[in-house]
Ligand binder design. Structure first.
Ligand code: BGC
Length: 661
């Protein structure tokens, strides 16, 4: 017998559909257990296995220990699409090693509020950075024959009332802020699956949202893969027929709700949907199912390899963001530090455990905590003590952890504050030792009432199983930090755009209103002239970079032109290091309110001390476009635009005016 895995994929799907009974077809629309679908043994169709998740293969979905990489926000802070691609590939090989053919990631919801329990899983508040990273993670995953599943589509930006609420959001904000990473995932990376979110969008459940799933995703973007529901999200939808017509191809997990076999049979018998509609839906699902199947002859996967662990370490180091370094306290010099105090609740805490943080939890075979990483690095050259008063320098490790109400799925944070005892510990330590370094092992913005009193602050995010080594490398200068904030750190929560009134966040049990519209993150802070604690794109280095003059090929821009800008970047300091050069564009006299500037391109560059490089940016007119709420189309105003280039959204070194039209 020929198996369904041989020959041309479309022809195989066609012949499978010809051979299946209606009953068998209906049985494929819902899963069988938590991470597995049904199969059809009679036709040699093996079940499809899916697995979490965005930071490594989840123990709960594989029952195996796997490499725990840093979480999404740490990758966001690396601003490194090449690294994202390497990560995607490694993640997929680990997935294949446990027999999974679909990996439930990347997670690309916009960090709309610092309080979202899942901020640590997502990359950023900015759609351009989000898109660049999402595209490369997906390309990396799918290069191995595993399907990426980009999630959670769409406007899923909080955990409070997540099964019940509706995100009330304008078409403009959807198009400009919340959808771009999904659009790029489809158009640029040809993503093979998309997860429909728990929430409703403007009153319609995401799992049966025809305008989102069918009109935008399939018709406009050209999506050819399958849509799977978030786990148990289908409970709040209407009929099977309405989900099918909307474009939901698979309900997970278990035996389904709207796609429960008995229910579908009844609806089909009553003529609620046709066999042709059923075939149309299954075609999308089966094409990916067959293509990614272990039987399809893909190379074997591998997990927990030294290469993956090294990659986890490089990723952790690349994401570490140096927020403050007064008087050049960092890097520490092993020759000058003979006693080092290491204190704080996160110094020796393991975080790579099953379901820690929710579905993004990974149980790794080992984990190097910060204390272990420091011990390993200093060896017997320096004594590690717990009393800051007697040490040459003190490091305080603080942060939230993965409990619900902290950085975890299942709940949002109640405030942006650290536990009071952690703030007190920082103050006590700095009073005992002027050379105090605060390291935050945490996944989202935090208030730091002591920020001006502490000479050095390092954001380490959740750095994965090799995180302790990466942190030690950065603190002692073996790695020069190059991370930049992918999210604004406000001084207080009230400064944040989603927090001026409760209807914006968390809303009531039914609706949450995105009244800030497109002014999310730095777009809001710039517009209102609010000084954040640390701005979007900020991150220091142990070296300095000099930005040479900006050259523009042509300062008047016509619709089909590609505008080329170039500049020379020089590492003018004494250490090798990387810089993230950020390019922002703002309209001078927009016909609608628009952000002062928006990130439209960036480049991460590694330069040896003294080295220079010419960087080129090619912009198409899309960099100027906004989504017109009246015509429901992208439009470009004629007129002048400011292009700014710099080291953060508030450290702009070069500016030029270009005119369009
Ligand atoms: C999460 C998804 C996850 C799924 C499967 C849901 O609770 O929202 O991100 O992939 O569970 O574990």
């Amino acid at each position: 017998m020929t198996t369904p895995y041989e020959g041309d994929p479309d022809a195989r799907v066609q012949s499978l559909l010809r051979e299946m009974t209606v009953d068998e077809k209906l049985s494929l629309l819902a899963g069988k257990s938590l991470f597995r679908t049904k199969g059809i043994p009679r036709l040699a169709l093996a079940p499809m296995k899916l697995s979490d998740g965005p930071r490594g293969v989840g123990f709960h979905s594989s029952l195996r220990r796997c490499t725990a990489f840093p979480t999404g926000i740490a990758l966001g802070a690396s601003w490194d699409p090449e690294l994202a691609r390497e990560f995607g590939e490694a993640l997929a090989l680990e997935a294949r090693a446990v027999g999974a053919q679909v990996i439930l990631g990347p997670a690309v919801n916009i960090c709309r509020t610092p309080l979202n329990g899942r901020t640590f899983e997502y990359f950023t508040e900015d759609p351009e950075l989000n898109s660049r990273l999402a595209v490369e993670v997906i390309r990396g995953i799918q290069s191995t024959g595993v399907a990426a599943c980009v999630k959670h589509y769409a406007a899923n930006n909080q955990e409070t009332n997540r099964y019940r609420n509706s995100s009330q959001v304008s078409a403009r904000a959807l198009r400009e802020i919340y959808l771009p990473a999904f659009e790029a995932a489809v158009r640029e990376a040809d993503v093979w699956s998309v997860m429909a979110a728990y929430n409703a969008v403007n009153g319609v459940a995401a799992c049966e949202h025809k305008p989102l799933l069918h009109d935008i995703l399939r018709q406009e973007y050209g999506f050819s893969g399958f849509v799977v529901s978030d786990w148990f999200a289908v409970r709040r939808t209407g009929s099977g027929a309405s989900c099918l017509r909307a474009g939901l191809n698979l309900e997970m997990p278990g035996r389904g709700s709207s796609y429960r076999h008995s229910r579908l049979k009844r609806e089909f018998a009553a003529g609620a949907f046709s066999e042709a509609e059923l075939d149309g839906s299954l075609r999308h699902l089966l094409r990916i199912w067959l293509r990614t199947s272990p039987e399809a002859g893909h190379p074997a996967g591998r997990r927990n390899t030294p290469e993956h662990q090294q990659l986890a370490r490089r990723m952790a180091a690349a994401g570490i963001t140096l927020l403050r370094n007064k008087g050049g306290l960092l890097p520490l010099d092993l020759a000058g530090v003979t006693r080092l105090a290491v204190v704080g609740p996160r110094a020796d805490k393991r975080i790579c455990r099953p379901l820690y943080g929710g579905s993004a939890g990974v149980w790794s075979p080992y984990e190097i905590t910060p204390l272990q990483g420091l011990r390993e690095l200093v060896g017997d050259k320096c004594e590690i003590v717990s009393d800051p008063g007697t040490a040459d320098a003190a490091i305080v490790f603080i942060g939230l952890g993965h409990r619900i109400g902290g950085d975890s799925e299942g709940g949002d944070r109640k405030s942006m504050q650290l536990p009071p005892e952690q703030d007190a510990l920082v103050r006590k330590t700095v009073a005992q030792n002027a050379n105090t370094i605060v390291v935050l092992v945490s996944g989202s913005p935090l208030e730091m009432p002591w920020a001006d009193e502490v000479p050095a602050i390092v954001m380490a995010w959740y750095p994965g199983m090799e995180g302790g080594r990466a942190i030690a490398d950065v603190l002692f200068g073996r790695v020069n930090p190059g991370g930049k904030l992918p999210i604004t750190f406000p001084r207080t929560l009230a400064d944040s755009p989603a927090h001026s009134e409760p209807r914006r966040f968390p809303g009531d049990s039914r609706e949450v209103w995105y009244d800030e519209d497109i002014f999310v993150g730095y777009r809001h802070f710039d517009r209102r002239g609010i000084e954040p604690l640390f701005p979007f794109g900020h991150g220091l280095s142990y070296t300095t970079f000099t930005y040479g003059a900006l050259a523009i090929q042509n300062s008047s821009w016509k619709p089909d032109d590609v505008l080329r800008l170039s500049l020379q970047l020089t590492n003018s300091g004494e250490r090798d290091g990387s810089e993230v050069v950020q390019l922002y564009v703002g309209a001078r006299a927009p016909s609608l309110p628009r952000p002062e500037r928006e990130l439209r391109a960036f480049r991460k560059v590694f330069l040896r001390a003294g080295e220079s490089r010419t960087l080129e940016f090619d912009l198409t007119a899309r960099a100027l476009a906004y989504y017109c709420p009246e015509s429901l189309r992208w439009r470009i105003d004629e007129g002048d635009y400011t292009v700014s280039i710099g080291a953060s959204s508030r450290d702009l070194r070069l500016q030029a005016t270009v005119s369009y039209g």
